[in-house]
Design a protein around this ligand. Sequence first.
Ligand SMILES: [Fe+2]
Length: 163
Amino acid sequence: MNRLELVRTEIDSILLNQENVNVRPEGYIHLYGVAQNCTLLAVKRGLDVELCTIIGLLHDIYTYKYEYVKDHALLGAVEAENLLRDLEIFTDEEIEIVRNAISHHSDKKTKHDKYSELITDADLLHNSLYMASFEIKHRKRLKKILKGLGIKIKLKKFNEEND
Ligand SMILES: [Fe+2]
């Protein structure tokens, strides 16, 4: 089994052990959806594709494991670090990239390193695609992501009532 498959097995086991059955599909859709966006953006930006996909798979693991959203970026970064360390197949440098990126992913206003930017963008893109409307907060960032993918569209103004 390759490293990506091993991480997926861990994710699946966490989601299947989530007692709230409504949270399980949300977790699968969001974590796997964001991970695919990470893969795509990593190819486009010339970053490590495997590592970026793993960042996507793990980025909200705290939320779906414990149903706890507050501070989930920082708490999830520690959770992801422990999970990867226990697998004993990642270097310290790789684990640090993942930990650092996950810790920053909720901060959509500040610019961080390339991996942190990638997961922040992949997350935002997933939310906009899921709603199929591109009608979300942080329109400026979304416009830049889409432009980077060669997509130019007029974004609708975000309506707080639909949030
Ligand atoms: Fe997310």
